[in-house]
Every structure is written in C-alpha cells, then in structure tokens.
Design a protein around this ligand. Structure first.
Ligand SMILES: C[S@@+](CC[C@H](N)C(=O)[O-])C[C@H]1O[C@@H](n2cnc3c(N)ncnc32)[C@H](O)[C@@H]1O
Length: 208
C-alpha cells in the first residue's frame, strides 16, 4: 500500500518534509519513516505486549499511530517543532474518532526530547535521525538514569543510524546490538533498523 493510502487508512496526514529555518544545527528536519520500513521492522522484531513506546522527535506522529493501531500499546511522541506538533494533535483527533476501541493511551508532548522526563514504565525508545549526537547523548543519558532508578530491560530502535550514533552506543554505553533489520531494495546503506538492548540483569554492574 502506498504512503498516502496507508495514511488514509489511519485517518492521518504524515507525508512530506519540513525543513528548519537556516541556522538550525542540532535539530533535524521532519520526514516520516516509510510505512514499508515499519512493516519490515515488525516482521523481524517483536516488541511484546508490555512495551511502552516513546518516539523522540515524533513529527506528525506516523510511527506512534502505526504502533498504537497495530499493537494496541501505549505510545508517547515528543516533538519540538510547534507546527509539526500541532499537526500531530490534529492527526490524533481524526485517528481517535475511528480508533475509540483501543484502550491504550496515545499522547503527544510539545517540547525538547532532551528535557523529556523518562517514565519508569517507558521501555522502547524510537529514533529516526531526529537530532545531533550531542542531543542523542543527553537523551540516552536520561534513559540510563531512569533505568538505574527503576531497573528494567529497555530497547532503542534506531532507523537510519548514523556512524556517530553507532559509535557512541558501542563505546560509551552498556547497550548491546541485538538485531539488524534491512529494508529490501534500499539504495542507501543507512536505510535499516538497529535494535539495541539493555537487559535488566546487566544494569547494576554496567551503568553506575
Ligand atoms: C526525521 S523526523 C522523524 C519523525 C518520526 N519519528 C517518524 O519516524 O516518522 C525527526 C523529527 O524530530 C524532530 N526533532 C528534532 N529535534 C528535536 C528535539 N530536540 N526534540 C524533539 N523533537 C525534535 C523534528 O522536528 C522532526 O519532526
């Protein structure tokens, strides 16, 4: 199914790109994860029913709606661009008019990912190239602080991983790469998902 058709089936509008005004160096532009990539991800990665997802830099909310509809689990999206955030909220109104039966909450917060207070129940964190390595370090630091306070297993799901993100996770964090999901016929090598996991049993010895 095409992108617009998939959007229509969820009653949302998420296609297109939004660039920042010139001069923005840390925050990347809006562009949605392709639906075909999400289909491929979930053919190869089982999130489980206890998953509580946060999409850092959620844009118009495509990933949040897709996951909420498909798995019926709680999802939170954080977005710092005010226009894009408003679009996510309009999408939510239209989506919820049809998806009333799904009990799990779907929430959007306007703000900086680096300031988001990670909840003790959040355990799956999604990133599609949202910001610079400097911001990513801060966000991952917040996640690690949260798991030290409330030990639990957590996954980072990274679409279109940059060399800087990969190097940081490998060298400076206890996260372990557990899965690689490639997109068939992708022309760009970065068009893939990397899943990193921190297991509860590894928390005390490695994160302090
Ligand atoms: C490449 S888009 C990904 C959108 C969505 N996650 C998806 O996969 O469909 C990245 C988004 O991150 C947002 N963003 C950039 N820096 C951010 C920050 N510091 N806090 C929250 N959102 C941010 C951008 O405005 C943009 O909408």
């Amino acid at each position: 199914m095409g992108e617009r058709k998939m959007d229509r089936s969820l009653s949302i509008r998420t296609t297109g790109i939004r660039e920042w005004q010139s001069g923005e160096v840390h925050y990347n532009r809006y562009e949605p994860t392709p639906y075909a990539a999400l289909d491929r991800l979930f053919q190869n990665y089982n999130m489980g029913q206890d998953a509580r997802v946060v999409d850092f830099g959620c844009g118009r909310g495509r990933v949040a709606f897709y996951i909420h509809k498909r798995f019926g689990i709680p999802v939170t999206g954080i977005e710092v661009n005010d226009k894009t955030y408003e679009e996510a909220i309009s999408n939510k109104t239209a989506y919820r008019a049809k998806a009333k039966h799904i009990k799990a909450p779907i929430r959007f917060e306007y703000g900086h990912a680096e300031d988001y207070q990670v909840k003790s129940t959040d355990n799956r964190f999604y990133f599609f190239n949202p910001f610079s390595i400097k911001i990513f370090r801060k966000v991952v630091g917040n996640i690690l602080e949260s798991v030290r306070e409330n030990p639990r297993s957590v996954d980072l799901i990274i679409y279109y991983p940059t060399a800087q993100y990969k190097q940081f996770l490998k060298k400076d964090t206890p996260f372990e790469l557990i899965n690689k999901v490639r997109i068939p016929k992708a022309l760009d090598k970065k068009e893939k998902f990397l899943i990193y996991r921190l297991r509860q049993e590894d928390i005390d010895s490695n994160t302090g």
